[in-house]
Design a protein around this ligand. Structure first.
Ligand code: ZN
Length: 698
């Protein structure tokens, strides 16, 4: 079967079956996509998308939503879907050939999206369409969801510089390029400084460190034909050394190296001091070009928070409430260091070590013990059962072409109607990126080309350890929380009822609210009723014993006061740096002030944490790091509605509250603001109380 393109879009027909990336008739043909398919498919789809852009921006093309969508959105959706399949495979089945094909095509794809987002002609069409709305007869007006998609698009054009003229426009584009290059250098310096450090030690210097780390560091030294053990600053080595090494001098050495990466204490060519100044300066210049006072203001335009002051007030309030608990955490830590570890002057390099010892002394249980109960089939059965009862759906096994034999595929139905489908790729393997994530394969969309409703499809990717022999995989409680978290994102994507692509599911959801449904799901992992259904011991089939569950619960909020203050410290530093123009010339003074204000545990003067804070200097979190805590307030308060409605019969699993949450939050997705969704569910604005209570700080 050949795929017919829109007449006039590109003027030729693609033989879809010869290149699996060009077959959009159903689910992606993951079993047939090869590296050599990437370049020709992306070339074809880019040509088609470019032709579509030219078509809809022609002066005689009507400024009508449907007309534009039918040509442009259909073309860009195909490009997005095919590129999504390629990037997915690049993330989960990396090979040198695929990586080369991906990197070869990446700049062309990025260039297209950037250009599309700042195209003045397209912006003019959407503006004309928006203007016409104001005088349109009620029956000709866009639906509220579609109007929101249009508003988002217009805002994107403005923030993308589409309104700038002449020199300003030229400078705006230069700023984008300079920022991208400097951010890339920033993250390379962090990576290179981390990689460059090695420290060789004798075995007796590693007293206290777990056996697997001793073996691994020995093997690394042997690999270089060296004696002893090779230590590095990579997390899997650095962290256990800091947590378990009884050798205080070693911990200090490692801490100094780690906390001064990419700073003036290392080689000049890897020092990020100048880059931080430049990056923040460029952002400020961009903000002024766009007509804003500070970059913090620009960053908040598409977010739920209204202005930098509101965010700073929120963070300071949280700090004030967490402070007594953090002080108590710190006092306990100092006492324990003195009485049980022989450390009278607790230093930064002792904190992880003493904390670990205190935790062991206080809550005697191991992850290893807990794991035996969370067998993967039982966890999945329990999770699916929970989703089915709360959200009135059925989850059933389904079939689709997959990229690896361990990948499973499921469908979600309501009253025998297909709602969405998902791939579950649970296990770690070579060539698969670490971590866990949800990604969309395609979004829910009432297609403008044929009027059919495209159902959403999601990727749920984890990196659990596979079961040994014929035993099922055993998950740690952290793994279970991760699985629930990603399913929360997945449900947000798949249970939407919105028909417009830009605002269906997670589309168009504010950055600082997008973690609401995911963090929300994590709460169920701490409910006794739910946990029982998630557990059956790998050998005996027994549920998790109450006594062990109680110990896990007691350990849940260990040092939550100190951890909260640390997050507030990072977030407040980020927000102030981007809200106080000029401060970038002395970044250290900003973090020093923030620490004086909120920290209970002030790091040594040589600490250069900010020099490796890639989230804000090389990631998407600039003036946005607060989002983690912000969304946590929303998710905790949403969950509290279930706690308030709990009865002996249903526990927290009230089907009635579940349906309301489904309607107000999951189904509405980005079609309304996050605040409207929240108020529709809760009947009021979010409150911080539930978060404090869940974290043992009330
Ligand atoms: Zn998440």
């Amino acid at each position: 079967m050949a795929l017919r393109l829109e007449a006039g879009a590109v003027g030729r027909t693609i033989r879809a079956m010869s290149n699996p990336l060009l077959d959009f008739s159903g689910l992606p043909l993951f079993d047939r996509i090869r590296p050599e398919h990437v370049a020709p498919a992306i070339d074809t789809l880019l040509a088609k998308a470019n032709a579509a852009l030219e078509t809809v921006t022609a002066s005689d093309f009507p400024a009508r939503w449907d007309a534009i969508a039918k040509v442009l959105d259909v073309a860009t959706e195909e490009l997005g879907r095919a590129w999504g399949a390629v990037s997915h495979l690049n993330s989960v089945m990396d090979t040198p050939e695929l990586r080369a094909a991906y990197n070869e095509a990446l700049p062309r794809v990025t260039e297209f999206w950037t250009r599309l987002g700042a195209d003045e002609r397209l912006y003019a069409k959407y503006k004309a369409l928006n203007e016409a709305q104001k005088t349109a007869e009620p029956d000709r007006r866009l639906s509220p969801a579609r109007q929101r998609a249009l508003d988002n698009a217009l805002r994107g054009f403005v923030l993308g510089g589409a309104e700038l003229q002449g020199e300003a426009k030229k400078r705006f584009a230069e700023i984008q390029e300079e920022q991208a290059a400097k951010s890339q250098s920033f993250s390379e310096h962090v990576m290179d400084s981390t990689d460059a450090y090695t420290h060789y030690v004798r075995e007796d210097e590693l007293a206290g460190v777990p056996e697997d780390i001793i073996q691994a560091t020995k093997a690394m030294a042997e690999g270089e034909a060296k004696e002893g053990h090779k230590l590095t600053l990579h997390m899997p080595i650095y962290l256990p050394v800091m947590q378990y090494a009884t050798n205080r001098h070693l911990r200090e050495t490692m801490y100094r190296a780690y906390s001064t990466r990419a700073s003036e204490f290392g080689p000049t060519e890897r020092d990020n001091t100048g880059l931080m100044k430049d990056i923040v300066g460029l952002r400020q210049e961009e903000a002024v070009l766009l007509g804003y006072k500070t970059f913090a203001d620009v960053s908040l335009v598409p977010k739920m928070a209204n202005n930098p002051q509101q965010v700073m007030d929120f963070l300071r309030d949280l700090a004030k409430r967490a402070r007594p608990f953090a002080e108590k955490d710190m006092a306990e830590l100092r006492d324990f260091a003195r009485t049980d570890c022989g450390i009278d002057d607790l230093q930064a390099w002792d904190v992880a070590f003493v904390s670990e010892k205190l935790k062991e002394a206080r809550y005697a249980f191991s992850d290893q013990e807990v794991k035996q109960y969370f067998t993967e089939p039982t966890v999945l059965k329990g999770l699916f059962g929970l989703i089915e009862s709360l959200f009135d759906v059925k989850i059933l096994p389904d079939t689709a072409p997959v990229w690896h034999e361990s990948v499973r595929f499921f469908r979600i139905e309501r009253a025998s109607q297909l709602i969405g489908q998902f791939y579950l790729d649970p296990y770690a393997r070579t060539g698969k990126r670490p971590g866990a994530w949800m990604d969309d394969v395609r979004g829910r969309w009432k297609r403008p080309d044929n009027g059919a409703t495209q159902t959403p499809v999601a990727h749920l990717v984890c990196n659990f350890a596979k079961g040994v022999g014929d035993k099922p995989a055993l998950l740690t409680h952290d793994d279970v929380i991760t699985l629930f978290h990603e399913f929360g994102h997945g449900l947000h994507h798949m249970l939407t009822k919105v028909d417009d692509l830009g605002v269906s599911g997670i589309g168009g959801v504010e950055w600082d609210a997008v973690e609401l449904p995911s963090q929300f799901m994590e709460n169920f992992c701490w409910e006794w009723d739910v946990v029982q259904k998630l557990t059956s011991h790998v050998d005996t089939g027994a549920h998790l014993p109450r006594e062990l569950f109680d110990k896990m619960n007691a350990a849940k909020n260990f040092q939550s006061g100190m951890q909260t203050l640390r997050q507030v410290e990072f977030a407040l530093f980020d927000m102030r740096l981007h809200a106080e123009p000029g401060r970038e010339s002395d970044v250290q003074s900003v973090i020093d002030e923030v620490r004086q204000e909120v920290a209970v545990n002030i790091p040594p003067a040589f600490n250069r944490f900010q020099h490796s804070f890639s989230h804000i200097f090389a990631g998407g979190y600039a003036a946005g790091y607060y989002s983690y805590k912000w969304a946590e307030v929303l998710s905790a308060d949403a969950y509290a509605a279930f706690e308030e409605a709990a009865t002996p019969a249903t526990g927290v699993l009230s089907p009635e509250v579940g349906r309301r949450y489904l309607n107000a939050i999951l189904e509405a997705g980005g079609s309304r603001s996050a605040m409207e969704n929240f108020k529709a569910f809760r009947g009021r604005e979010p409150q911080i109380d539930a978060l404090l209570r869940h974290q043992g700080m009330s």
